[in-house]
Design a protein around this ligand. Sequence first.
Ligand code: SF4
Ligand code: SF4
Ligand code: SF4
Length: 292
Amino acid sequence: MRGLITDIIPFSVNDGPGIRTSVFFKGCPLRCRWCHNPEAQRGSPQVLVLPSRCVRCGACAACPAGARGPRGELDASRCEGCGMCVSVCPAEACRLSGTEMSPESVLSRILPDRPFFRGRGGVTLTGGEPMEQPAFALALASLLHREGIHVAMETCGHTPWEAFRDILPFVGLFLYDWKITDPELHRSWTGKDNRLILENLKKLHAGGAEIILRCPVIPGVNDTPEHFRGIAELTEELPRIRRVDLLPYHALGNNKRLQLGMAEDGFRPPDEETVTRWHRSLRALCRVPVCR
Ligand code: SF4
Ligand code: SF4
Ligand code: SF4
């Protein structure tokens, strides 16, 4: 069995409790317009090009998929991820995102990090969306569980229930995204409505899952009283939600968007005062702690 992985990053402190190793899966069913990991959306390997390094030599124009222009321009929609341009580029301007790995090879990358987990930390499956590769995620989570390593999963929740049902015994914590309460607005900003996401959240809750709700807040998209009330109502209805994480929009994804030949997302990061106001509003509404 092979999975498609974009990165494995040790010493992560923002993806669950303690010190963790984060495994980034490639492929996601959503297309959030503010996505900070756009290279993880497509479920196949693809190239990124660093414009500042490119010397416009044209060596990559021989791309068999016709994805590169005469001076190295990238048409990401045509890239088939063959890696040819990475090997011919004299300036190391190209890199391939998406490596096939077995669950055992991912585990062997993780095991040296185990001393840093110190009981509290562990491994977080993230992405992209881990549940886009459900058999691989299940195999990896069960290997980690057998090793006694805590597994957290960051998920957008948009997957057939059976995938969650099967992996639930091996996942100690779900970092569950709740992006927009209104289903149609959710569709217009992410490409899918949130009905399946909500159903899965309720089923995970009924199945005894530990859940932290992760709420990205994007100025002009979901920084509304209606959505904040929606978040609070979820924490009332589902008492196993132990915390809400407020994730203010940041623009770090734009750098990668440029490397993928995409336009910038057009959002602006909120200032500190705005984030403090959001935090205060959510804290006043929610029965659980709200962290930022
Ligand atoms: S081979 Fe590298 S340096 Fe040359 S045009 Fe392509 S990306 Fe730029
Ligand atoms: S990896 Fe490079 S050479 Fe291969 S299809 Fe993509 S752009 Fe073309
Ligand atoms: S769910 Fe996450 S990875 Fe997928 S498109 Fe949205 S922000 Fe990007």
